[in-house]
Design a protein around this ligand. Structure first.
Ligand code: UDP
Length: 235
């Protein structure tokens, strides 16, 4: 059996392929926030995020990080290793911003002395609540060893991404990762890494990420195109 829709997400549709271990992710022209309560069609966003995410996955893999990325298939599609997504959003923060600033009443843009890893439980019905290690163990989402691995991977990825973005004049403020288990039980980086999932500020403090959409700061695609062009220029 070839290409069949297996999951329609907010930013991507996933298709099965003839190979049971491979799926195709089709990046969509859709932006959502507040768990889908605000939804907009943004023409060209899917194409940009597919390219940016592919480029970043290739870069991470070259640095020794295991990801689900296989290859870019078209402007909006990439093939990925099929995984069972671990229902956690692994957020890593280098600077205060977003929900961290709100939760703790700290203005955005403060450098954290050490990067902070947070977990959110991926569950739309519950609005992806903040969750700690002990909750994760209680719910059986991941084992203690797996949690330690997720944190170590998030920190390793941070070093690679911080360096990559600093080369194009952008500061990596924070980002969200998702991991999955392969058919052999190995945990690898999955989902996407793009301006939809990372906060990136330029030297003047301009938002070069999804906050342009969340905060109505201008054209999302213009900004994502700048990020893509700069990454491409690195070669
Ligand atoms: N993030 C994401 N998907 C989510 C929630 C957050 O990609 O469902 C990213 C977000 O773009 C930012 C980081 O995770 O780079 C931290 O987000 P935060 O917790 O500050 O939440 P927000 O302010 O985006 O609601």
């Amino acid at each position: 059996m070839s290409k069949q829709l297996i999951y329609s997400g907010k930013a991507k549709d996933l298709y099965s392929t003839a190979d049971e271990n491979v799926i195709i992710a089709q990046y969509k022209d859709q932006a959502t926030m507040l768990n889908g309560a605000r939804k907009e069609e943004i023409q060209g966003k899917g194409k940009l995020n597919n390219q940016i995410s592919s480029l970043i996955f290739r870069h991470l893999m070259a640095a020794g990080i295991k990801t689900h990325f296989i290859e870019e298939l078209s402007e909006t599609e990439q093939s990925n290793v099929k995984v069972d997504i671990i229902p956690l959003e692994v957020v890593l923060r280098n600077f205060t911003a977003g929900s961290f600033s709100k939760r703790f009443g700290i203005e955005e843009g403060q450098l954290l002395p050490q990067p902070i890893v947070e977990f959110y439980y991926k569950n739309d019905d519950l609005d992806d609540p903040f969750i700690n290690d002990e909750h994760i163990l209680f719910l059986g989402i991941a084992s203690e060893e797996e949690l330690a691995h997720l944190k170590a991977e998030a920190r390793h990825i941070n070093e690679v991404l911080k360096d990559l973005f600093s080369k194009i004049g952008l500061t990596l403020i924070d980002y969200k990762l998702e991991f999955g288990r392969t058919s052999s039980g190995e945990i690898i980086l999955a989902d996407e890494v793009s301006p939809d999932t990372c906060r990136l500020w330029d030297a003047e403090g301009n938002h070069m990420d999804k906050d342009v959409f969340r905060r109505n700061l201008g054209s999302v695609t213009d900004v994502y195109q700048v990020v893509l062009d700069k990454l491409k220029a690195l070669g």
